[in-house]
Design a protein around this ligand. Sequence first.
Ligand code: 4NP
Length: 149
Amino acid sequence: MTRAVLFVCLGNICRSPLAEGIFRALVAEAGRLPDFRIDSAGTGPWHIGNPPDPRSIAIAAKHGIDISDQKARQVDKTDFENFDVIVAMDDKNLTTLSALDPGSSAGLRLLLNSPPANVPDPYFGGPEGFEEVYQLIRAGCENLLKPML
Ligand code: 4NP
């Protein structure tokens, strides 16, 4: 059975593209790509159609992951039917998702379940914020995937 996992942040250019790329790389390492559908989206509309932020592309590349062909999109109601698990990067985005959810059985959750439970928004900070975000997302993705294998 295919597991469909959607990662969600605000703009879909910094955090959730990294989560999509890291989670896909971990699934590939486990040899389970055919069993998963993996995507990301933003709760906001500002960056629809844009590639990930160059700082996210660079930090992913530094760790051997290519996310440069992703394109930002906004969450819509059909996502709640089409994904088994919807994973928010922070509690603000989780609240927005809960309000949009028409009452689906999709499991809404945060990526991180131990402090700091929010992946900080790195958009307005410097490039050093992206290494911290990468490490938080990597740890979160490892914990998320383990029980799914
Ligand atoms: P993201 O970061 O939610 O991790 O993609 C942001 C990207 C853009 C904006 C905010 C956060 N923005 O305000 O445009």
